[in-house]
Design a protein around this ligand. Structure first.
Ligand SMILES: NC(=O)c1ccc[n+]([C@@H]2O[C@H](COP(=O)([O-])OP(=O)(O)OC[C@H]3O[C@@H](n4cnc5c(N)ncnc54)[C@H](OP(=O)(O)O)[C@@H]3O)[C@@H](O)[C@H]2O)c1
Length: 334
């Protein structure tokens, strides 16, 4: 996978309406995790506007009902990505309907939370942002129809951390930004490996990671307001800082990655500003780009094995009958 801009005619200011102009999604069923808040809400709105039917799994179905009440063509089902039983129940329910998906957008996420443990003591960012989506996609694989696209919303937040192979769950001291960063690197590596495994299996399925840009949404809820200015997110007047996008601009790259024919032949790519991202040349997250550890195919394969071992789900199992996950279990020190 070569991370080079392809020149799409779109950019940082493009909106969901721009990238969907002329695209008819009538008959398409899409699934958008987090599709009732922030960028996900705008993603749902845009896909429905283009004709799609959108399935919105929700941690808080009652909140989703209110957010989506004016958007016809949506349906809401309970799903907590922090709970693998919930993931399984949702996926089994969807599969039982016999319906298929053409688009899956993994947009749900948390950022900079206080230290939180879920499941068997997993760090919450890694568990929700990565492992929950890993399990969901693997369980829903039979529903992904030929030509389907899976888009995973990563972030330039990945700049701050590679996968912490020796301390995945922050047993040696917690840092909320490193926890978010690791989970976003995991999102990028997941997208890369999913595309590769689908190709090896002869599946007509493509996978992309996207960085949406910087957008003020409820995602920042765990960051005290007084830190927003220090982070450069807002002006002293409290307005979004220069370089920040609107939600319609922020959701555009995911919607574009889910639908654009320009991405044919670029499966596994990390995208931003409605194009492939270039390798990051600075540490400025507002400028973006992609760091080498988020596009490392060896790390992507290793993370997949590790995630399959942790979640117990793998829609692309290797033929080996041996315990190929034993090293992963010992590496994560559960
Ligand atoms: N906003 C930005 O500047 C920015 C930048 C880079 C990347 N991103 C990425 O963009 C994605 C969307 O972020 P956003 O800005 O739209 O944030 P948001 O408005 O907070 O939306 C996040 C969504 O994720 C859902 N969610 C959280 N925990 C969940 C769980 N355990 N199970 C199921 N759903 C869960 C939330 O549901 P509840 O509200 O019910 O918890 C919410 O619907 C995230 O992956 C984020 O990392 C955002």
């Amino acid at each position: 996978m070569t991370q080079r801009k392809i020149g799409t005619g779109f950019g940082a200011h493009s909106t969901t309406d721009d990238v969907l102009a002329g695209i008819d999604l009538t008959g398409v069923t899409a699934l958008v995790t987090g599709g009732y808040s922030g960028l996900g809400l705008e993603t749902t709105r845009a896909l429905v506007h283009a004709g799609a039917h959108v399935v919105v799994p929700a941690r808080q179905p009652a909140v989703a009902e209110v957010a989506l009440r004016d958007i016809p063509g949506t349906e809401i089902h309970p799903l907590d990505l922090a709970d693998l039983t919930s993931v399984r129940t949702f996926a089994d329910g969807f599969l039982a309907t016999g319906r298929t998906l053409t688009v899956m957008i993994n947009g749900a996420g948390v950022m900079a939370c206080p230290e939180t443990r879920v499941g068997p003591g997993w760090e919450a960012h890694f568990a929700i942002n990565h492992l929950g989506h890993f399990a969901l996609v693997n369980r829903l694989r039979p529903a992904l129809r030929p030509g389907a696209r899976v888009v995973t919303v990563a972030s330039s937040g990945h700049f701050l951390s590679d996968i912490r192979w020796d301390d995945l769950h922050f047993r040696t001291g917690y840092d909320r930004w490193l926890a978010y960063a690791q989970s976003k690197t995991a999102n990028a590596l997941f997208a890369l490996q999913l595309d590769r495994l689908a190709a090896e299996s002869g599946l007509e399925l493509h996978s992309f990671a996207v960085h949406p840009g910087s957008i003020l949404t409820p995602l920042q809820r765990h960051v005290p307001r007084e830190e927003w200015l220090a982070h450069g997110w807002v002006t002293p007047e409290g307005q979004p800082a220069e370089g920040f996008k609107t939600p319609r601009q922020g959701a555009a790259t995911a919607v574009w990655a889910a639908t654009s024919p320009l991405l044919d032949g670029h499966g596994g790519a990390y995208c931003q500003d409605c194009d492939l991202a270039e390798p990051a040349r600075t540490d400025d997250m507002l400028v973006g780009g992609v760091k080498p550890w988020a596009t490392d195919p060896v790390a992507a394969a290793r993370l997949w094995e590790l995630s399959a071992g942790l979640t117990g789900v793998d829609a692309f199992p290797s033929g080996a009958a041996t315990d190929r996950y034993s090293w992963a279990r010992s590496a994560n020190r559960l």
